[in-house]
Design a protein around this ligand. Structure first.
Ligand SMILES: *Cc1c(COP(=O)(O)O)cnc(C)c1O
Length: 427
């Protein structure tokens, strides 16, 4: 399948090129012109998970991967489940945090790393990624120790939880981490500036592992199908999915799943106080505010970089605007939502709680709600503990890095400084 640069339709590439380059000319995102419609959804839902992912993904990658290679990449990527947990008669949480770094980003990061390994060439590459929390850990773990790939992770200094930070700043080897004096949008801006510098891109073989990389989204499409396979058949007709959103990659993946034919009734774009998209869906006006720090900090994004893809699916009539509403949830409502989940016997965390609150406000009688559990509660230990007044044990993956040394360096939000820092790193 060919992918188009959404800002410059004359740039048309294959999957391999899109994965290797990340972003197109003029910072345009790569995306299929038309998402195919699968006619055999019923059968696909009956397959084993890996067979199912194969049936979904081959539509996008077959030009660059033969069947056996894709099957191998799937086997290497999907080593942990997406589990649907019932939290009340009408509501389910799709738990996406059973991977190595306990967040849904493990799915996309692992698929991307395995694809890039398949597409490796002589020239070493540099993965430059900005993280508001979980991307950094997922990407760092997925690429740690891979040959000829150097990873540079930028994160906003002091704005992510210490444990989150330790999950990627303690790895070392080919994983280089930078604490930027600024917020997440500053980090994202530095990544964009780097891609604008053509000779720099060439010199270091620059690639981004942010959710702008199409491979990450495709891996995420798969778990929306998994959610359906775990629902009783009589509950599959009126499913509303609430997606806790920051950069809107996860929601975009869900919309792709629906466009492929998965019968999701509608979506809710759930955000914290960084509500650019809910306001846009209401008023038609795109007016990002300053980014606000919240307890669901992985969603502290006011200029979501995946939005143009969703906009494109709506503009090209592949996805009906009416099937998407937006809800912004306050800090106090997020905490209340966390408490109300706890009262029904479910320990969650702030991001999922945002999505649950939006769902609770919107669901009507005959609908079934699914909210995405994007991270393990222990990743947001202090907020969960103080809100619920309980003690949370640390899972092994977090415990083991808590005592290791933080190897990150500090830089200002300045492109020239970053550039010379990267040029000075070994591969
Ligand atoms: C990244 C992240 C999000 C936001 O996902 P997007 O795809 O960027 O919208 C939500 N929750 C958690 C825990 C995350 O790490």
């Amino acid at each position: 399948m060919k992918l188009y640069n959404l800002k410059d339709n004359s740039q048309i590439v294959d999957f391999k090129t899109a994965v290797r380059t990340g972003l197109g000319r003029n910072q345009g995102l790569f995306f299929p012109k038309k998402i195919p419609q699968l006619t055999n959804i019923e059968q696909i839902l009956k397959l084993s998970p890996h067979q199912r992912y194969f049936e979904i993904l081959k539509n996008f990658v077959s030009e660059n991967m033969d069947d056996s290679t894709l099957k191998m990449v799937i086997d290497k990527t999907f080593r942990f489940p997406a589990k649907l947990e019932k939290v009340s008669t009408q509501n389910y949480c799709l738990e996406l945090f059973h991977g190595p770094t306990l967040a849904f980003k493990d799915f996309g990061a692992n698929f991307m790393a395995n694809c890039l390994q398949e597409f490796a060439s002589e020239q070493p590459i540099t993965i430059l990624t900005a993280t508001s929390g979980d991307t950094g850990a997922a990407v760092a773990h997925a690429f740690h120790g891979l040959k000829d790939i150097r990873v540079v992770v930028l994160f906003p200094k002091g704005k992510i939880s210490e444990l989150q930070q330790k999950m990627f700043t303690t790895l070392g080897d080919n994983i280089h981490t930078v604490a930027v004096e600024g917020d997440f949008d500053d980090c994202q801006q530095l990544v964009k500036q780097s891609f604008d510098d053509a000779s720099f891109v060439e010199q270091i073989g620059l690639n981004s592992a942010n959710s702008i990389n199409i491979s990450r989204l495709l891996a995420q499409v798969c778990y929306y199908f998994d959610a359906f396979t775990q629902l009783p058949e009589d509950k599959r007709n009126s499913v509303v999915v609430s997606v806790p959103s920051g950069n809107f990659g996860n929601l975009c993946a869900g919309i792709i799943a629906k466009t492929l034919g998965l019968p999701i009734k509608r979506f809710i774009a759930s955000t914290n106080l960084n509500d650019t998209v809910p306001r846009y869906l209401q008023s038609g006006e795109w007016s990002p505010n300053e980014t606000i720090a919240t307890i669901s900090n992985a969603m502290d994004v006011s200029r979501p970089n995946n939005w143009p893809r969703i906009e494109y699916l709506m503009q090209s009539d592949q996805f009906d605007r009416k099937d998407l509403t937006g809800t912004a949830v306050s800090e106090e409502d997020t905490r209340d939502s966390l408490r109300s989940l706890y009262q029904s016997g479910y320990i969650s965390e702030p991001h999922a709680a945002v999505a649950f609150k939006a769902l609770a406000d919107s669901l009507v009688d005959d609908e079934i709600g699914i909210f995405l559990g994007t991270a393990h509660p222990a990743k947001f230990k202090s907020t969960v503990e103080e809100t619920l007044e309980i003690a949370l044990p640390l899972p092994e993956a977090l415990e083991s890095c808590a005592t290791k040394e933080d190897l990150s360096v500090q830089l200002q939000a300045n492109f020239e400084q970053l550039k010379s820092h990267i040029l000075g790193l070994s591969v």
